[in-house]
Ligand binder design. Structure first.
Ligand SMILES: [Zn+2]
Length: 477
């Protein structure tokens, strides 16, 4: 049998609020007293016990399944309400935050027992990331005395004068965009935008994280922000989130491009949002689509080496080099490397720092190997068939140019340089004996002309009948 006085159950009302209002309408001192009279407990309502809710529905004269749908039915680490599965940490069940203007509207401008029992708790107010009323743009406020959990009427009845007078009103700039989205979803609607790719709980948390970074800087910690600041942040964060991948990529790029000390790794550039996705709550299943975007951005914009992490993905092979990483990997001076890359038409960013000038690693591998002098002094000597003294003389006279790698004492040569000279020598017909011809060394010493000068004459085609010896090419002594 129903209680003598009943109240209407609203589509967006929590079962806890409804139970508290039935108790209040029947002049009972509290929700727990009311439930106790019928051998029920608040925890039964909070956990969504079907039997307890059925009894309560009977007492309040409403359909049982309507009340069950509005209870935060608890199982494992999540709650189920209105058909949505919400992680426990995304809800503030029993905290009784309210919008003062909504309560005023419920009470229709007068404070009587009858009108006060009409003031009800909205399901949306229990979402941790919801901080603004989507109808009135006021900050949701917690009861000034927060020790009364679950008891909706007892939490607010002592403060109704302040509510009526607007003392607790705190307008929030912005559009309450997340709360509008949440309200539409809870009402069974399908709001447009990219946030639909996330659960309603994850959309709220992601909006907070993005917004805190967007509004208060990438180092901002959520726990250091007030409810008001978080409300402002969440609004901005949701607007960004809902625009989707392109806007998010632009945002991540802006974080990446902020000036800072040279960094070879992403964590410092993206700030807290990176750590959150790497090892915080953002590493959870619900944020997979958001992580995909940041990971892709990192893969496309960071010169990570084999085995380094793009968020949670270890690179199987390097895709990108910066001038800084290539200089280190190939033992090249950054300035010379930059000139080389510019001459090859690969980079042209004179004012960008070394660590931010990026280029494809696979496509420049050959160039870098050659520039760094892949051919050692000894190997070059063997392939050209020269003595050390001859090599030194040719280097000193500028005929043979060492590569960018190595040092003065032990220069290295590019593959291209060595191949050019060995091809040149091999083009001459081979001879097994001198046949009265002179070697370059003999010519040099008998005429007092430098080896390089003779070589130049050969290169210019001004010496005819040049042959090469089978073992030691023309310039053997
Ligand atoms: Zn409101």
């Amino acid at each position: 049998m129903p209680m003598p006085h009943t109240v209407p159950l609203h589509a967006d009302e929590t079962a806890l609020s409804f139970a508290a209002r039935v108790a209040f309408a029947n002049k009972l001192p509290s929700l727990s007293e009311f439930l106790k009279d019928f051998d029920l407990a608040i925890s039964d309502v909070v956990c969504g016990s079907t039997a307890a809710l059925a009894r309560l529905a009977e007492l309040g004269d409403v359909e049982s399944q309507l009340l069950v749908a509005r209870a935060f039915c608890y199982s494992g680490d999540s709650h189920r309400i209105l058909g949505f599965q919400i992680d426990k940490q995304n809800l503030l069940v029993g905290y009784n935050r309210v919008c003062p203007a909504c309560l005023r509207a419920d009470m229709a401008g007068t404070l009587t027992e009858q009108t006060v029992s009409m003031a009800y708790g909205r399901i949306l107010w229990s979402f941790a990331s919801a901080r603004v009323c989507p109808v009135h743009n006021l900050l949701l406020v917690a009861p000034p005395e927060e020790n009364v959990r679950y008891e909706f009427m007892r939490s607010w009845e002592p403060w109704l004068i302040e509510i009526e007078d607007g003392d607790l009103d705190r307008p929030v700039p912005g559009h309450a965009s997340f709360e509008h989205y949440l309200s539409t979803r809870l009402a069974g609607g399908a709001p447009g935008g990219w946030a639909a790719n996330l659960s309603i709980g994850a959309a709220g948390v992601a909006s907070e994280m993005l917004g805190a970074s967007l509004v208060f800087g990438k180092g901002a910690a959520l726990r250091e922000l007030s409810a008001y600041e978080l409300a402002v942040a969440t609004d901005a964060g949701f607007a960004l989130l809902n625009k989707g991948p392109d806007a998010l990529l632009t945002f991540f790029q802006s974080l990446r491009a902020e000036t800072g000390s040279p960094q070879d790794r992403p964590s410092a550039r993206y700030g807290r949002i990176h750590d959150w996705m790497r090892r915080g709550a953002g590493a959870g299943l619900g944020f997979g689509h958001l992580r995909d975007i940041l990971r892709q951005h990192i893969l496309e914009t960071w010169p990570l080496g084999e085995g380094e992490l793009a968020l949670d993905y270890p690179l199987p092979a390097r895709r990108l080099h910066s001038i800084r990483t290539a200089a280190l990997a190939h033992d090249l001076h950054p300035k010379r490397l930059r000139r080389l890359l510019r001459d090859a038409g690969i980079v042209d960013e004179p004012d960008t720092p070394d660590y931010d000038v990026l280029f494809s690693a696979p496509e420049t591998e050959t160039l870098l190997d050659q520039a760094s002098g892949a051919v050692s002094y000894v190997a070059a000597q063997r392939r050209l068939g020269m003595t050390r003294t001859q090599m030194e003389r040719l280097i000193a006279e500028g005929v043979l140019t060492p590569g960018e790698g190595g040092d003065t004492a032990r220069p290295r040569f590019t593959e291209a340089t060595i191949r050019k000279w060995s091809n040149f020598f091999e083009a001459f017909p081979e001879t097994s004996r001198h046949c009265g011809k002179l070697s370059i060394s003999e010519t040099s010493s008998s005429l007092g002309v430098s080896t390089a000068a003779i070589l130049r004459l050969i290169v210019e085609g001004r010496l005819r009948d040049v042959e090469r010896n089978a073992v030691l090419i023309v310039i053997e002594n």
